[in-house]
Every structure is written in C-alpha cells, then in structure tokens.
Write a protein that binds this ligand. Sequence first.
Ligand code: WT7
Length: 698
Amino acid sequence: MIPDKAPREDVYLVHDLKKESHVPSFEKYKELYLKSVENPTEFWGDVAKGYFWKSKHTGPFLDYNFDVTKGKVYVKFMDGATTNICYNLLDRNIHEKKLGDKVAFFWEGNEPGDELKITYRELLQRVCKLANVLKSLGVKKGDRISIYMPMIVELVVAMLACARIGAVHSIVFAGFSAESLSERILDSQCSLLITADGFYRGDKLISLKVIADDALEKCKEKNFSIQKCIMLKHLSKECSAPSPALGSQSPPAKRTCPNLQQERKETVKKARPLPQIPWNPEVDLCWHTLVEDASDECDPEWCESEDPLFILYTSGSTGKPKGVLHTISGYMLYTACTFKYVFDYQPQDVYWCTADIGWITGHSYITYGPLANGATSVLFEGLPTYPDVSRMWEIVDKYRVTKFYTAPTAIRMLMKFGDEPVRRFTRKSLKVLGTVGEPINPEAWLWYYNVVGEKRCPVVDTFWQTETGGHVLTPLPAATPLKPGSATFPFFGVVPAILNESGEELEGPNEGYLVFKQPWPGVMRTVYGNQERFETTYFKKFPGYYVTGDGCRRDKDGYLWITGRIDDMLNVSGHLLSTAEVESALVEHEAVAEAAVVSHPHPVKGESLYCFVTLKDGCEYGAALEAELKKKVREKIGAIATPDYMQNAPALPKTRSGKIMRRVLRKIARNERDLGDVSTLADSTVIEQLFQNRCCTV
Ligand code: WT7
C-alpha cells in the first residue's frame, strides 16, 4: 500500500526540517506506519505513556466492530481507564513539564492592537474558576452544555471547564443563526448555554446574546427550556447587567469586571456602538460576577476513556445536522499525536491555526492537540481581510509564527490580491504550512508554497472530517515528498482503501470511494442519540468499512488524491468525473479567482457540467474568455470534461466556514427556487444575483 521508495520526480521535498524532525525520512515514516497498523495496541500504548491515567484500562486496549452485518458498530480504546483530559492538557504540563509560565495563547483581537496573552498556569486558574461555577449551578458529569462564543480565550476556558467536570460541550459556531442554535440545543438537550454579548468580525457587529435569546425562545416553542444562560461581556468591560432598561428592579452598581478581557492591551480604539443587551434575570447570569468569588482550584472529575467529551454538529445529506460524538481518551491521544507529527511540533514553535473553534479544526488543532503538547498558539478573533489583506502575514511576523494552518478558500481569496500584500512582511519565521477543508487546487498550492512559504516550507495538505477527529490522510513535513493537490498517505493507525461501486477493493492506480478498514483512536463513536443514523451514514453502504463520502484517486506512485465528495461526482456519458478536478482546471486560467462546478442533467450525456466562475479583480467576462476556459478544461482533463454551461459568478454561495454550497448551485443551475435549508449561508444576497445571471434555460 505505501511504496518502498518515494518518487523522485515532480515532487517537492524541503530538507531544512530534517535535522530536528520527529520523522526525518520516508523510510522512517513507513517503519512507524507499519508498526501502527500491525500492532496498534503497542503503538498507541506507547503514545498513551506520555499521559496521565488515574487507573488502567479494564477491557482490551482496542475493541471494535466495523461490520454492520455482524451487529452493532462500536469502537473502544482503553475502555475503563480513568483520566481527565483537562488535567492532561493543563495540570500535567504545568507540574510535570514545568510549563506553567509558558504562553498557551497569544490572543489577537479583531482590531489590530487589541491583544493579550495567557500562560498555562493562568489558563488553569480560569478553567478551575468556571468549572467551580458550573458545579455550583448543578452541572454534573454527562450533562450537555451549549457554547456559543466568539474566538476569545474564554471559549477555550469554557470548553476545558466542561471537560474538567466531565460535562459534554456542544459548541455552536458563532456565525450560526438562532434557528441552527436552537436545533442543536434541542437535539442534545443542553441544560445550560454559555455565550457573550457580541463581537465584531471586521466592521460587522454580531450581537450574540440577542441571537442566543431568540434561539432560547425557539426552544421554548418546542417545550424545551434551558435552565441558565451565562453571558460574558466581551464588547465592553463594564458589567451593567442586569440592565435597568430591560427588566431588573434594582440594578447593581456598574463595576469593572474581573475578567481576562480587562487585561487586553487596546492600543487602537474605535468608536463602536455597543449593542443593547437583553437581560432575563430568571435565566441570565453574568460570567464576571460568577467567577469573581469562585475558587481557582477544582479537582478534576476522573472520567472513563469512553465517556463522551463533546458533541459537534456537522451537516448531513438529509438536511438535519448530525451530532458527531467524540470520547475522551482516544480523541486525546489522536489529536495530540497528529499535532506532534503533522506539524512536526517543537517546543519553541509558535503555532497558528486560523480556523474557528466552532468547527472541528479548531476543537482538535486550536484547543486539544496543541495544549496536549504544551504548545504556544495564536488565537485570532478577526478576518484575513481586515483591516486589509496583509493581516495574516502581519500576525505571522508579529508573533514569529513557525507553523501555520489555514484553508484553501482563504488561500485562493488572498491570491486574488496578488503577491504584494504578502511580500510586505518577511514571514521568515515560517517552517510548515498546512491546509484543510477541501481539495486544494495545484495553482493555490503552488502559490502558498512559492509565495507565502518562499519554497522553504513544506505544505501539509491534511484530509480529515469532523467524524475522524483528526488528520487521517496527510504528509509528514520532513518525510513525505509532496505533490501539489495530494493529501499523500495515511497517518499512523489509518488503513485506507479505494472501493468500486460493488464494494471491491481496487489496487494500483485507480479511482473510487474512499473508505477506512479499521478504527484509529480519534474516530467518532456515534451520532448523538441516533446510533441508527451513525450506522446508516457511515457503515451500511460497504459493510466492514467506514465510508467517508469522498472520492479518491490513487496514482502510479501510490499517492492519494481526494477528488471531492461523492455527491459532487458526476457521470458524463459513462465517465466518472470529479467536480473538483474541473474546478482545478478552471482556476488555472489567469483570469479566474474561484470556480464551482455542479452536475446538470443532460438529455444525451446523462449529466453535464455547469460551471460558476468568479473572476479576479479587473478581468472581463465574455464569450472569448468562456471559449478559453472550455479549452483549458478540455486540455487538462479531456474532451469529455468540456463544460456545457458556464456562468459569471461575482460571488459564490458559501457557508460561514468558507465551504462552497454546491447543493445551492445545483438548484440555481436548474432554476429551482426551493433551495431547502440555507441557514448556514454566509451572504444570502449572492443567490439572487446568480439566479439573474443564469446562462441556460433548461
Ligand atoms: C470534508 C469534511 C476536517 C476539518 C474541516 C472540514 C473535505 C477536508 C480536505 C482535504 C480534500 C478535504 C472532505 C471531507 N476535506 N479536508 N485536505 N482535501 N478534501 O470538516 O466539515 O467535517 O468536512 O471536507 O470532503 O469529507 P468537515
């Protein structure tokens, strides 16, 4: 499966990292990989030795069933062992590793100059205070807590406070609507909500508390009441709640809050309007008042390995989001181990992942993985384009970031503005660049590698899912020769296979369904409250395998290339095509910034390609360009892939996490106005524009 020798031609391999790397050669990777899959107990057992266990596992180290035809699907790692993940992330690093004074996070606010830092010791104190508050409010092990917060240190504090007392966090991305928040609170029956007054994303104010209240109203309509809502004041430092204007009889005197935000160094002050905060004294509690008198010591709750750690919702093909459930020990070992190897973590690193903690990338690679390793991270509240398109590189220089992790959509967006905004900063601290979220087209990969990393930094294209908990296909920076656009090879413990429609494993160069043959510690355990949906979604189509839903191609050198979701695959005259392939061809044209391709019904070919194309600033759309683009695709893939329809798309419909909503584009292409659930859409004005620009009448 893994070749003995990595190819020597057409690949990128940066040698600078080899001296300090954990895995300095392809041979070493292969040796460790084989050990990990042939003897997972020994491999993960060694990883587990680095962590604290209150008591040993009582069952087998690994126990699982992936075959629905043989009964219930389950995965158990170190079953019965007791531990606490918060203890491992904080107390262990402070006491055993002496990292108490090390910075855990450099927080960089939306406004340049608005910043603070927090050490491991301070973080533990904050976590303990909030954990004690939660306990005093009656929160018990196993209770679900909904968290709806901006990208601030208190979001990490809230997650770890839950983990410390064995409560299960369910974080809802702070860009989601009231409807989505209420749906998620209801599904997991959360007893408590933690939120903030609001925050600014660029120039835009998001009034979180107003939205949260709306969500709680919607829950009430469904006969469900949350008991308490804790609100953090983030926008203003003064605690005026409960507000006299909105309810309370005797407002407490205004006073400065004893919270982290108070320590922010605000060199740039903008006159921003503060939102009116609605306040319901029966439900709402002020974070600052609560933590003020709470003790900063809190014994961890010793939990079992397979106790739930968190629920995180991900969209499902049926429209209703699925509550992906992860459990404590396996997730801890896996996020810690992938973080260490994939970013080749070294103690002096400053690591920055630009994702939001509201998504799995932030859970695994802002909170759990980096803290488990005792790393220093940047936590960024703002946008890559605010106040200007150099912001990312400015932050890289400011904190001397060594390992940087972002999404292809961000890279493509910044690419539109050319090299100059990047070159304004040195970026000389950078050592490893990562991407995640969708297939990265070679053009964006090369720009990232050549311009951002100046050919010094390997690009690790990490393929994984909310469900996988951590990276499953990925290069290791000093070991794997890179091919732009390929997620290369499996991580330790992961055994991928490519299946055809009849479920047969395909060997050699081939293309088909990407599946995994055995569990790794970080794989999801179930869909919260719906084991049947878990089995149907991931295990029914090909019994014995975990089905990713993604297509994958293996090239002659054994490299794996994700071709996009299977539902984004299309069959043109009997040929299987991936929309991602066509998009990649289109964006190679110098006028194209971004492209999205969907399947469109065709009377003769079965399906055909409908392409939405966003041009770079200053480029003109017209028939000549269309002809060039069709030629480009034909040249790149073949005549079979020649697009039938092409449309100018000044902007594409995207989720707030930056994923193109191809489901919506398919409807637009078909002129179907019933778009289904579009609550995750970032900007709904895009839709009407696209309907008006439609290019075909079928
Ligand atoms: C889907 C999972 C994993 C964190 C963010 C997304 C796509 C993700 C890659 C990659 C090609 C990728 C897949 C996958 N995807 N990373 N490196 N190359 N595709 O998590 O929302 O659960 O989405 O994102 O289609 O199935 P998610």
